[in-house]
Design a protein around this ligand. Structure first.
Ligand code: GLN
Length: 486
């Protein structure tokens, strides 16, 4: 089996043509994981037995002549903060080292209905807090295109798994860029849906007002297939919405309509931000989009500079509230705590002291501070006001254009260790992705050109971002597919 060129689309065709069975495919992917993942470190755990059962069920259905959905048998990798029943879900934290999921996340339930196969759970920054996957309590993931560099984060394992063909596609979560930034660093497609399009049930919460699950794939077409499958209202997530996305419609965009989309280039994303390489890649991507006959124009989002500060005030507030439940009583207890703690207070202190890594502690403490009386108005409340201004900037430009085109990151993948001592430098790698989350918009990261793996040459992958209006995923997925065909 040629795993290196398998998209969801091609896998589905191969399966129907009987080029391989779902079980053979799953086994081939596990063999690849055994061969490659020691060097890359994308997975935290694999699920060979359950994946074999899932794949066999697909083969039985096919043998009976049943119609199967596009996702049937597709080998997927899932970020470790998304619950898959009976598999570990550590969120890359020592806090949850022994936790096994007792139910399926809403998005996973939908993928199971479509008979996808779950290969395992991927490495990430602890509780999705970071931009390099270096905040994992368990191991570092390396960028498949250059093992001395980070894969990005926080969904670094999910992006690396797809880039190195250790899964056909994966799920990540994106709070301020965590799907799009690692996808750009690893040369794959990363898609963050409109806030509320995909259920957050079973996503270990980081910042509930911004978190969103989305696909990481080889192609934009695959992202559309995955998105159509996972989107929709979930009665147990009150922030999820009724949606009507259709796989056939999303993967067959009307090219006439796409060519009429007006593209805005926000000046704040191009001045002083991107480095020379990213700037040159952006010029190339813009030229290609214009070559397709689309009109571009400069626009302005004047409050962009407040996005990172507003996020680093409101996010910790939500983090400190969300992580408070991890007290050592519920969920899994750390073995040392079990052994040494004598009182309830001991359990709380030891579980959190040992369980949370330094970045998590920094944010929990900062969050408790910004919410404390006397400081709430000065920090949390002001951050919420800035958030409103940022959302209004987008509303205003979207009266004039349909889609925004920007860089995803200021630089290509940086070296492992390069930013670990400087949290502020790390935080700034999300300047171009974060505003989208503050405003709840859909956005996609697309490689400027193909970056084949292995043997992709010397170049580091660079991505560009398309930002759409709320609920207009079809625009950016359509334009992305158009781009990818040239
Ligand atoms: N890198 C950002 C952070 O550290 C965003 C993380 C995310 O999107 N989950 O918080």
């Amino acid at each position: 089996m040629d795993l290196d060129h398998l998209t969801i689309k091609k896998f589905h065709e191969g399966l129907l043509d009987k080029q391989f069975s779902a079980l053979e495919a799953a086994q081939a992917f596990f063999a690849r994981i055994k061969a490659s993942d020691e060097a890359i470190g994308a997975y935290l755990s694999t699920a060979e037995e359950s994946a074999a059962r899932e794949a066999e069920a697909v083969d039985v259905a096919l043998a009976k002549g049943d119609d199967v959905p596009t996702l049937a048998g597709i080998p997927l990798a899932i970020k470790d903060c998304i619950l898959v029943k009976d598999l570990p879900a550590t969120s890359a934290s020592k806090m949850l080292e022994r936790y096994v999921a007792s139910y399926d996340a809403g998005a996973i339930a939908r993928l199971k209905e479509r008979r996808a196969v779950f290969l395992g759970k991927t490495n990430m920054d602890e509780f999705a807090m970071g931009s390099s996957t270096e905040n994992s309590a368990f191991k570092k993931t390396r960028n498949p295109h250059d093992l001395s560099r980070v894969p990005g984060g926080s969904s670094g394992g999910s992006a690396a798994a797809v880039a190195a063909h250790m899964a056909v596609a994966s799920l990540g979560s994106d709070t301020f860029g965590s799907i799009r930034q690692p996808s750009a660093f690893c040369g794959v497609v990363g898609f963050k849906p409109t806030y509320g399009a995909v259920s957050r049930s079973g996503l270990i919460a980081m910042t509930s007002s911004m978190d969103q699950i989305g696909p990481i794939t080889q192609t934009v077409e695959d992202a559309a297939i995955m998105f159509a499958a996972i989107a929709g209202r979930d009665p147990v997530d009150a922030t999820s919405s009724e949606t009507h996305y259709d796989e056939t419609a999303l993967t067959n965009p009307d090219l006439g309509g796409i060519r009429r989309l007006r593209i805005g280039l926000p000046e704040e994303y191009f001045v002083d931000g991107p480095d020379r390489e990213v700037g040159a890649a952006m010029d190339e991507a813009i030229r290609r989009i214009e070559g397709l006959g689309l009109k571009t124009k400069k626009v302005s989002l004047p409050h962009t500079k407040y996005a990172v500060p507003a996020y680093y005030l409101s996010m910790p507030a939500e983090v400190s509230s969300n992580l408070a439940r991890l007290d050592g009583i519920r969920y899994a207890r750390i073995p040392e705590v079990d052994r040494d703690a004598k009182t309830l207070r001991d359990i709380y202190f030891k579980q959190k002291g040992i369980g949370f890594g330094p970045e998590t502690k920094r944010r929990v403490i900062l969050g408790a501070f910004v919410l404390s009386s006397g400081y709430y108005d000065a920090y949390y409340d002001r951050a919420q006001r800035a958030r409103t201004l940022i959302a209004r900037d987008f509303d205003r430009v979207f009266e004039d254009v349909d889609v925004l085109m920007t860089p995803v990151t200021p630089t290509p993948a940086f070296k492992i260790g390069e930013k670990t001592d400087d949290p502020l430098a790390m935080y700034l790698s999300d300047v171009f992705t974060g505003p989208v989350n503050l405003a709840g918009l859909p956005a996609i990261s697309i490689p400027v050109k193909p970056y084949p793996y292995p043997g992709g040459g010397r170049e580091l992958p660079i991505g560009f971002q398309l930002i759409g209006k709320k609920w207009r995923e079809a625009d950016i997925l359509g334009l992305g597919q158009y781009y990818e065909r040239i």
